[in-house]
Ligand binder design. Structure first.
Ligand code: TEU
Ligand code: CA
Length: 550
């Protein structure tokens, strides 16, 4: 049944707590700040919050390096404040999804501190340790996502440990059953505090290829996904925790394809409820380029449509889609795939229309609902370890990309564009904090902020409100079939949803040119439109979008 799961009808909002709302003037967003904004979130109409990590952490990777999974970092507040947030959110009818980072911990975690002490203690096998090659070098040529080798030598144990991300983020050894049981216990702990579900950080990396084969190319990350026991571990976690505790799950799955996604999300497999695909995020990346995610090309709309459509079809009767354009790892979609100067309102609403018209659970990333854009930063303004690690790797050491080219790519896709503090108003520090923000505020905040947006006749926030209510009130979004129209058109994204003989069209011109409408003057009722459109047949203006019942 489609209606038996709350998350199928839900719209989820992601909060990056460090940048959401600061209440004590230390320049860092905090839990009281989230509580303060519950009415804002409620009025937007969202049903759940996914909150990026708030646990005790040295913040090498902004909280994705966790020291203690059961303790809230004092920079965000106390455990009691977190429990209060869960309570207040529930009182407002909003669910809480926490971030589950169990591929790795911080190197400051007690487990790792003990593990590195010797080869024979209780924690020795909590992480992945390997002897050096006879010449003392790394066990193989695997690379870290943040640049350099995925192995770091530990002088105490005289061994290397594995880290797919920073050296300060050692990978856990899921082969060890005690590790798995400890993780399940941590999940039950948060269930007991009222948490409703989990977003699972790189959950498809938890099983390693224990042969540790070299990659064909040095220091790339091609080894990291879908290891041999991945499905087994995820199924076990489902049976131990997710199903008995009735917790929703959305896993991050960088390598999943539409064709194999069902292996993770088909209900009878009892693994996960949803996964975040990366496929559509790569429509502006040169595939196979040595500069990885910094090798960009123009976005390819035909591919975007094909990929999203493939996922719609593949999971229609065999799982459920998680729909997103932005998150804390992704740049602002208006700046990345649209035009954030001339057509900011139009792009924000057009991309929203296209995404929310699909079948699945939409995720809104903080600031997306007011049309926040990328920040024009110098190298030193960026904070992200991924950006600086990759700059060292590609620009300084390999010299495979020039400084200027790298900076151009960073302006398009750096993770920091999503992490700049939320712009609430045109007051000092965009109303985010009374103190100096931990990351530079986007210079365009006096023009782009929640207060100005809501006062505007062309409010992106209000458009989202309408869109969310439209979904809630019309089952066609939940259940209707999907068909892509004009798949090869390079400007228009048009699809139809059909239920019980009724058809709705979701239409967007994702280009900067006027386009003739492909529709004759057939009768249609406009359900939502970003430019006050009345008929199907008039020309489509740049980034015009609407949903119509025909
Ligand atoms: O990201 C995992 C991941 O796949 C990233 O390497 C992603 O490809 C990259 O950030 C895109 O630029 C998750 C978290 O979402 C991210 O914030 C963490 O840094 C990472 O895991 C390690 O925990
Ligand atoms: Ca604070």
């Amino acid at each position: 049944k489609l209606t038996d799961k709350w998350w199928k009808n839900a719209v989820i909002y992601q909060i990056y707590p460090k940048s959401f709302k600061d209440t004590n003037g230390d320049g860092i967003g905090d839990i009281p700040g989230i509580i303060e904004k519950i009415p804002y979130l409620k009025s937007l109409g969202v049903d759940g919050l996914w909150i990026s990590p708030l646990y005790l952490s040295p913040q090498v990777d902004n909280g994705y390096d966790i020291t203690d999974y059961r303790m809230i970092d004092p920079m965000f507040g106390t455990n009691e404040e977190m429990y209060a947030l869960i309570h207040e959110a529930h009182a407002a009818g909003i669910k809480i999804i926490m971030d589950f980072v169990a591929n790795h911990t911080s190197d400051q975690a007690l487990w790792f501190q003990e593990s590195r002490k010797s080869k024979t203690n209780f924690f020795s096998d909590f992480y992945i340790w390997k002897d050096p090659k006879p010449d003392g070098s790394e066990p193989n040529n695997w690379g870290s996502n943040f640049g350099g080798s995925a192995w770091t030598f530990d002088a105490g144990r005289q061994q290397y440990y594995l880290h797919y991300y920073a050296a300060e983020q050692p990978d856990l050894n899921w082969e060890n059953e005690t590790v798995r049981q400890y993780i399940y216990d941590m999940m039950r702990f948060w269930k007991s505090k009222g948490v409703d579900g989990w977003r699972m950080d790189v959950v498809t990396s938890i099983s390693k290829n224990l042969d540790f084969p070299d990659n064909d190319r040095d220091l790339v990350t091609s080894n990291q996904q879908n290891g041999p026991r991945m499905h087994e571990f995820i199924h076990e976690m489902n049976q131990e925790v997710l199903t008995p505790c009735d917790m929703m799950s959305v896993g991050e799955s960088p390598a999943a394809k539409a064709s194999d996604a069902h292996l993770l999300v088909s209900p009878e497999r009892e693994e996960l409820d949803m996964i975040f695909t990366f496929e559509h995020m790569h429509i502006d990346r040169k595939q196979g380029d040595i500069n990885g995610r910094w090798a960009l090309q123009n976005r390819d709309l035909v591919s975007l449509k094909r990929i999203l459509s493939d996922w719609q079809m593949a999971l229609r009767d065999n799982g459920w889609n998680a729909l997103y354009f932005e998150n804390h790892d992704r740049a602002r979609v208006i700046s990345r795939w649209g035009n954030d100067t001339t057509y900011r309102y139009e792009c924000a609403t057009a991309f929203a229309t296209v995404l929310h018209g699909l079948q699945g659970t939409p995720y809104i990333y903080q600031g997306e609902e007011i049309g926040m854009v990328n920040a024009d930063y110098d190298l030193s303004d960026y904070n992200d370890i991924e950006l600086h690690g990759n700059y060292d790797h590609y620009v300084r050491r390999k010299q495979s990309i020039s400084h200027d080219e790298f900076m151009r790519a960073a302006y398009k896709v750096s993770r920091d564009h999503a992490r700049t503090p939320m712009q609430w108003s045109n007051d000092k520090n965009a109303g985010f904090s009374d103190g100096k923000p931990w990351l530079k505020i986007n210079p365009r905040f006096s023009e782009i902020n929640a207060k100005a947006d809501m006062a505007s006749e062309r409010s992106i926030f209000k458009y989202y409100q309408t869109l969310i209510q439209l979904r809630k009130n019309n089952k066609i979004f939940l259940e209707g079939s999907y068909e892509l129209l004009f798949p090869d058109d390079e400007h228009l994204f048009i699809y139809k949803r059909t239920l019980h003989g009724e058809t709705w069209l979701i239409v967007a011109n994702l280009s900067e040119t006027m386009i003739d409408s492909p529709f004759e003057n057939e009768k249609a009722e406009m359900m939502i439109t970003n430019m006050g459109r009345r008929t199907l047949s008039e020309q489509l203006r740049p980034y015009e979008a609407f949903i119509a019942r025909v």
